[in-house]
Design a protein around this ligand. Sequence first.
Ligand code: NAD
Length: 363
Amino acid sequence: MPHHVQREIRYNFEFERRIRACFIGAGGHAYRNVYPALRYAPVELLGICDLDLGRASQFARLFGAERAYCDHREMLAREKPELVFLVTAYHPDGRVQATELALEALAAGAHVWMEKPTAASLAEIEQLQAASAAVGKMVMTGLKKTFFPTIEKLKDLIDAPGFGRLTSINLRYPQSLPPPEERGDLVRMQSFLDHIYHPGAILNFLGGPIERASYEWEAATGATVTNLRFRSGAIGTLHLAAGQSGGSPFERVEIIGEGANAIVENGTRLTVYRKAGLPSYGRAASFIQPDEDAALSYEPEHSLGQLYNNNLFYLGYVPEILHLTDAILGEGAISKGTLSIAHEIMKLFEFYRRSDAGVTTNL
Ligand SMILES: NC(=O)c1ccc[n+]([C@@H]2O[C@H](COP(=O)([O-])OP(=O)(O)OC[C@H]3O[C@@H](n4cnc5c(N)ncnc54)[C@H](O)[C@@H]3O)[C@@H](O)[C@H]2O)c1
């Protein structure tokens, strides 16, 4: 089954069966990107809960939920949802609020869809894994980057015969790593934890589990360059390019196979360099390759009011919800955003927290 499939989207009210759901968190990201995505998902919003009841009520009116709450326990007990969305933030000590809320939602018998980060430690992910297995309910973390159509297409290229195996990968993403003496402090590490899930998700999706890594750290910006070796034998670099301009596109991903490579720039521009020979060295008068070997280039058109040129789709926000609702309705399993993938990303976080620069560490 290819990862990138052209599916027809249904609107919320067109589904015959809608999953009875509650939502905890009426904050900024949820407002911009998660509640609006529910317009395209088989979800019936029973309740919205926020510590600020006024905001929960406003969100309930805007996004069509039946009731508003400021106590999630009361909401779970009254509404008995099949699915709970969690888009919350951090405790004052830097722990992730959604980790405990996910345990409570599982205990109430619901599946969980949660924003990243799933947790702030490996031990907490393991606790979630045990709780999820005990009640037979799924916990999915919204790893949106693994749902970008461009990144899904990279994965399909890796799986396609013409590309060869993934042999190396490089990924650039702006993020600063605090100085070594601050890395034990979860509050100082909050931004790093918040963001490592993004490049971590892409690396895991395309390259699989990481076997070992070593990094160099730059003190003025906190930038790092990390050498990676995946268990598959592929190698890679993760360049966390703190110090880049706020006006610059964030990210760039390049995969290299066996005689072919592909690049995603800025999340939406994909160039595939298919297997092709080098034109005759010192003799070829033109760089134009035969059509069957020519590079392929994709980028969305921005004229029509389509779904695909809306960030709810090209940034994966709708697809990452449909991944879980498809699994619930089809009584199947999820393959993206699983707790075992969150566990792999958490190993990368712990590696940056605990390993010294310049030392190769087995993950
Ligand atoms: N994937 C992405 O593109 C993306 C982008 C931005 C943020 N995020 C993630 O989304 C999450 C939210 O970020 P934000 O910037 O919107 O935060 P925020 O602080 O604006 O919103 C969090 C909300 O959760 C509420 N809340 C916390 N604990 C609660 C509880 N026990 N019961 C009810 N309500 C509770 C708070 O009152 C607040 O309104 C974070 O996990 C962040 O990492 C993801």
